[in-house]
Ligand binder design. Structure first.
Ligand SMILES: Cc1cc2nc3c(=O)[nH]c(=O)nc-3n(C[C@H](O)[C@H](O)[C@H](O)COP(=O)(O)OP(=O)(O)OC[C@H]3O[C@@H](n4cnc5c(N)ncnc54)[C@H](O)[C@@H]3O)c2cc1C
Length: 395
């Protein structure tokens, strides 16, 4: 997103991606109203919504047998009053195709950053390995957006503060049938939590477990695991037998952390590289995109003059640190107060009293809708569009 925004503003950008494609199944799928609003501001919303996706206007949690409506997005002050579910590879392919319309955008796939080029105390670029050999890319600014195991932040020696996470997630698919219930996102039962995302032909399932409990679950065997899944979503019936190999189940380790300082001379980290997000609320992608927009807004002008000072980089952290801290605080509260409590409970579950109020007072459902759908301090695109190669050649 940052690469696209900067190229669109006329700045030469090289984006290095270590994989040959964007096809990762565990990136998460949520495109929040705040992100859709940015796509609208970029003038791309019609084209974007032609990609296969699902639209969720309200969502609920299932506590035992009781369904509690949790959020109503239909009153948000955005053009798209829904949460989009779209595999992240479609989203990334879309933006790389948009980027490629600009001559300033250079996307190198299968280019893995292995180290930084440091001159004096300043980061002057990166070293990468590619199928055709070693590569050095020099730049007035290097942006580490290489996720929560960021090589860039590690090589830069930036200090990470861990907030801990009491949960991990098991990620797998189960075929979907048209007669299945609608989009209930979270299912809570004593000792178990299952989040099910409707991907048309199949359910993308996230089974939440206590941190480190995967070995114990494997020892109990696949049959016991299938029984657990079926007990929390009985409508799946015999379809749970489709899970017939541990290879189909991916363990996703949940981390919540953030950098104390997001930058050093010549270098900035954003997205999960600056702050790994918990899957709670499914907001990590959207936060990363908000970081990208803020970075482009603040740095496009200095970059156009080929000079980015520490003060410019500090401005990005100042702008994005509060939304990050506030969101992570909320995620940690949900992890510790709700998810850990459910996983540790053996008794029949009742929804917490606060959530029961949502049933009686529909207006309350607008609060989580706003927090999740728009979040704290939403960004807006302020960078210019210098025009694509096609437009410049026809001028
Ligand atoms: C279990 C789980 C489920 C989640 N579900 C959701 C969800 O539904 N919705 C949501 O919004 N968020 C979700 N999140 C969080 C979300 O995945 C992240 O917050 C988000 O992807 C961060 O985006 P990013 O661009 O910063 O990093 P990433 O999406 O991790 O992207 C980093 C990119 O850098 C590449 N890369 C890594 N190292 C190198 C290197 N050395 N050289 C070159 N390229 C490199 C990677 O291949 C990758 O393409 C989930 C997280 C977890 C753990």
């Amino acid at each position: 997103m940052l690469g696209y925004l900067l190229a669109r503003a006329g700045i030469d950008v090289v984006v290095l991606e270590k994989h040959a494609d964007f096809f990762r199944d565990f990136r998460g799928d949520t495109i929040h109203p705040s992100t859709l609003e940015l796509v609208y501001e970029l003038g791309l919303i019609e084209e974007f919504l032609k990609l296969p996706h699902q639209e969720i206007r309200e969502f609920a949690g299932m506590f035992g047998n009781e369904s509690i409506p949790l959020a109503d997005l239909t009153h948000l002050p955005t053009h798209c009053k829904f949460l989009g579910f779209m595999p992240q590879w479609d989203f990334l392919n879309f933006f790389s195709e948009q980027g490629e319309k600009y001559p300033q955008f250079h996307l190198l796939m299968e280019a893995e950053v292995t180290d930084l080029i440091i001159e004096g105390n300043t980061v002057a670029g990166v070293k990468a390995t590619t199928p055709t050999g070693e590569l050095e890319v020099r730049a007035p600014l290097t942006v580490g957006c290489d996720g929560r195991s960021s090589t860039v932040r590690e090589r830069a020696g930036l200090q990470v503060q861990s907030l801990g996470a009491p949960i991990d997630v098991l990620w797998f698919r189960i075929p979907r049938q048209p007669s299945d219930p609608g989009q209930v996102l979270g299912r809570f039962a004593p000792g178990k939590i299952l989040v099910m995302l409707n991907r048309a032909e199949y359910w993308q399932c996230a089974f939440v477990i206590r941190k480190g409990a995967f070995a114990e679950i494997r020892n109990r065997g696949l049959e016991a695991f299938r029984d657990d899944v079926k007990s929390i979503a009985p409508f799946l019936g015999a379809r749970v037998r489709e899970i017939n190999d541990w290879e189909q189940i991916k363990l996703l380790t949940v981390l919540v952390d953030r950098l104390r300082k997001w930058y050093r001379p010549g270098l900035l980290c954003i997205g999960d590289a600056a702050h790994a997000m918990s899957p709670v609320g499914g907001v990590g992608i959207n936060l990363a995109i908000q970081d990208a927009v803020a970075t482009a807004n603040i740095l496009a002008h200095p970059l156009s003059e080929n000079y980015v000072s520490l003060t410019h980089l500090q401005k990005v952290q100042w702008r994005r640190e509060f939304p990050t801290r506030a969101t992570q605080w909320g995620q940690v509260q949900v992890q510790e107060r709700i998810l850990s409590a459910v996983l540790g409970s053996q008794q029949q579950l009742r929804a917490p009293w606060v959530l029961r109020l949502f049933k009686k007072f529909p207006l309350l459902r607008r609060i989580p809708a706003r927090l999740i759908g728009i979040g704290v301090r939403p960004e807006h695109v302020k960078t210019p569009d210098v025009g694509t190669a096609l437009e410049s050649s026809t001028l």
